[in-house]
Design a protein around this ligand. Structure first.
Ligand SMILES: Cc1cc2nc3c(=O)[nH]c(=O)nc-3n(C[C@H](O)[C@H](O)[C@H](O)COP(=O)(O)OP(=O)(O)OC[C@H]3O[C@@H](n4cnc5c(N)ncnc54)[C@H](O)[C@@H]3O)c2cc1C
Length: 278
C-alpha cells in the first residue's frame, strides 16, 4: 500500500499500524538493491508540518521534508553558511531536488553531509509519533553507522537550531575523489565567533566520514577559545586534536590519508573562518 498523507497526525496514525517512511527516496531505493518494495509505504513529502522553514528570533525550525535545494535557497542567518554550502554539494541537482534533511539524518551514514554543519549549530531533532513528541540533541540522535534512536512509530518532523551565534559565519569543506557528485573521504564544518577583544569567543568544529558518526573536536575547540582571532590561528592545530576520530581504510581512502587530509582541511577551515569574520 502507498499512502501520501497531508498531515502529521494522519501520517503518525498510519505509521503506528506499521509501514516505512519514504521521503525523496534517494537513500531508500538504492538501499533496496534489487529487492521489491514490500509493506505499507508512507510518503511524507506532502505533509504540511514538514514543509516549512520558520525563522523566529531565538530559533530556526526546518521541516523534515525540506529538500537540499530549498535549504540552499533559503534566507538563513550566517551561522547556516556551512549547511547551505553542504546542500549545494550533496549529489547533483536531481538529488538536491528530491533528497531531504530528515532523510539524510535518519539514514545516518557516516558521510551524511548535513551532520557536521548541524552539530556545530547544536541542532536538535523533533520526533513525532501518535503518542507524542520528543526532542533530542542531534549528537544523541545518531548513535552509530546507520543507527539512530528513531523508533519505528516516529517521524523526524523538524530540525531545530537555537539562534545563539546567528551572525557568525560558518564554513563547510568536503574532500572527495573528484570535485562534484561525490561521497566524501572527509568533510567538516567550522565556526569561530569573536569576543569584544578580538579573540575567539566560541569555536566549533565537527568532522564527518572519519568515524562511525560525525564528531566534534572538543579539545581543539577548547584550545582555540580565547586565542587572538587572526591569521596564523590554524597553526595551533595538532595531529593529537584529531584523537576523537577513528577513520577506516575503505574503497575511497586509507585511514592514514583520511587523517592527513582532515588535518589540512581543519587548518584551511580555520583560515577561512578568520577571513570570513564580519
Ligand atoms: C547519486 C546520489 C548521490 C548522493 N550524494 C550524497 C552526498 O554527496 N552527500 C550526502 O550526504 N548524501 C548523498 N546521497 C544520499 C541521499 O541523497 C541523502 O542522504 C538524502 O538527504 C536522503 O534524503 P531522502 O529524502 O531521499 O531520504 P529517503 O531515501 O526517502 O529516506 C532515507 C531514510 O530515512 C527515512 N526517513 C526519511 N524521512 C524521514 C522522516 N521525516 N522521518 C523518519 N524517517 C525518515 C526513510 O525511512 C529511510 O530509511 C546521495 C544519494 C544518491 C542517490
Amino acid at each position: 500500500m502507498f499512502l501520501r498523507p497531508t498531515t502529521l497526525r494522519e501520517a503518525t496514525q498510519a505509521l503506528a499500524e506499521g509501514g516505512q517512511v519514504l521521503a525523496g527516496g534517494t537513500d531508500f531505493f538504492p538501499a533496496l538493491g534489487t529487492r521489491p518494495v514490500t509493506g505499507t509505504i508512507i510518503d511524507v513529502t506532502r505533509i504540511r508540518e514538514l514543509r516549512g522553514i520558520d525563522l523566529a528570533s531565538d530559533q530556526v525550525r526546518i521541516g523534515g521534508a525540506i529538500t537540499w535545494r530549498e535549504i540552499a535557497a533559503a534566507p538563513l542567518p550566517r551561522c547556516f553558511d556551512a549547511l547551505r554550502a553542504a546542500a549545494r554539494e550533496v549529489g547533483g541537482l536531481q538529488v538536491q531536488n528530491r533528497g531531504t534533511i530528515a532523510g539524510n539524518l535518519c539514514n545516518a551514514s557516516p558521510a551524511a553531509d548535513s551532520v557536521p554543519p548541524l552539530l556545530i549549530l547544536d541542532a536538535e531533532v523533533e520526533l513525532t509519533s501518535s503518542s507524542g513528541v520528543r526532542r533530542l540533541p542531534l549528537r544523541d540522535f545518531i548513535v552509530g553507522n546507520r543507527k539512530t534512536c528513531l523508533r519505528s512509530d516516529e517521524i523526524l518532523s523538524s530540525v531545530i537550531v537555537p539562534l545563539r551565534l546567528q551572525d557568525t559565519p560558518s564554513i563547510f569543506l568536503k574532500l572527495g575523489a573528484r570535485r562534484y557528485l561525490v561521497i566524501s573521504i572527509t568533510m567538516l564544518a567550522a565556526l569561530l565567533s569573536h569576543d569584544r577583544n578580538g579573540r575567539v569567543g566560541v569555536a566549533r568544529i565537527a568532522v564527518g566520514s572519519c568515524s562511525a558518526t560525525a564528531r566534534r573536536l572538543l579539545e581543539l575547540e577548547h584550545d582555540l577559545a580565547g586565542q587572538p582571532l587572526r591569521h596564523g590561528l590554524s597553526s595551533l592545530v595538532r595531529a593529537s586534536h584529531l584523537t576523537p576520530l577513528s577513520p577506516i581504510d575503505d574503497v575511497r581512502a586509507s585511514a592514514a590519508y583520511r587523517r592527513d587530509a582532515t588535518l589540512t582541511l581543519v587548518r584551511r577551515a580555520l583560515d577561512g573562518c578568520v577571513e570570513a569574520q564580519p
